[in-house]
Design a protein around this ligand. Sequence first.
Ligand code: ADP
Ligand code: ASP
Ligand code: MG
Length: 457
Amino acid sequence: MITVMKFGGTSVGSPESLQRAADIIIKGEGNKVVVVSAMSGITNFLIKEAEGLPETKNSLLEEFEKKHIDVANQLLSGDRMAEFMKDFNARAASFRELLDDENASKDPYFKDNITSQGERFSSLILSHLLRASGANSIALTSEDCGIYAEGRPLSGSADLNKTESMMAIKVRPYVNDGIIPVITGFYGIKSDGAPLTFGRGGSDYSAAVVANAMNADLLEIWTDVDGFMSADPRIIPDAIKIDEMNFGEAAELAYFGAKVLHPRTIEPVRMKHIPLKVRNSFKPEEPGTIIHHLRKPKDDLLRSVALKTDLSIIAISSAEIAFHPEMVARIIEKISENEVTIYLISTSLSTVAFLVHNNDIKSILSKLNTLEPGDIERIEVKNDMALVCAVGDNLLSKCGVSGDIFTAVKEARANVEMISEGASDVSLNFVVPMSKVTEVVRILHSKYVGGGSDERL
Ligand code: ADP
Ligand code: ASP
Ligand code: MG
């Protein structure tokens, strides 16, 4: 049995957390493969410092090294610490080389390289700690493993086939020998060998890619909450833990804003039927949430609500556009030239509206300007919108669900700006102004998710 165990930033963010993670790994059954994030705060620190380069080069390195050595010093001593420092110095030398290379910053993937550094050092500390705790372990980078990726800077996708073949050669032998690999999350490598990150929070996706490549029996995502919850507990303090979910539900929620899983985590494990557990590294005795293929539908509850902020609606009007699908195709082609994510689309006789990120509006408008004059009559943009994603079993087959949900929205005095129902059989998505979204989710949660009033969908 192979279990892939991923530890997030807060789960490796302090000497105590690292010790807890090491204990969890050692107690885990069967063969284990570990994937780690950077220590909490480190990726943010690297992103911020990268803005000031090259001036901040020395202070960046000094602070970065100090943060890691201080933590390691509290966990390792004597020969163990000396051994760690040898590996540490080798990785620190490569980091300095990158910062010293004046041409490196001209590379469009430079920020991928800089921000991937945090994982290289957290994995080293955890691997040495496992060794100090009596386990056999090796720290491996994504380069060492052959985790291949492709795509634009800061938003890579893994090449699953190539990664599987490479890991069979480079990682499987360690696992067969009972050695626990501790692998860097967050990034893969392009075909030229340079790092490409998977987007913020990407270590969950890395772990799913590793589980896929190793044909694991289980993926465990160890984080700082009790499991997948009925809403973000930071927004809804009385959110409840969900015991069991299916892949479809978790994928919709993660894609539409539930930060507990990176939006792309589900697919690599779903396609190989690998169950995924979300567990709390601060409470390892808790069972967490299991996400898998089979789950008996429970039909009385709305299971979970997610929200995504900082979005904009761009509505493009043209006479009888509904009778000109080629025109809609041209507009979508223009928008997709920038590879932006379109979260929702809705159409009427003369308008087609898209929901996209606030930051993408400028580039979309400049692309649309290159369409034939006369193609478009009017473009309207509404900024600062938020998308609410409500997920429940067989949501769409339940009579009156939309009515109940929109009654809750009305109570929050929010205007519904866009709706998508029917695109997925487990979710109903709609857009409200960002200023109202917390209230909408709060009311929806208190009325229709466990623990609220008697009103049940
Ligand atoms: P990690 O560093 O372990 O990857 P993250 O901060 O990325 O942790 O994700 C965990 C956080 O996700 C939680 O602390 C919680 O605030 C947030 N979150 C958002 N939606 C949900 C949800 N539906 N269930 C659980 N946590 C959620
Ligand atoms: N360290 C990366 C980030 O902060 C990846 C992760 O935590 O999953 O985005
Ligand atoms: Mg995360």
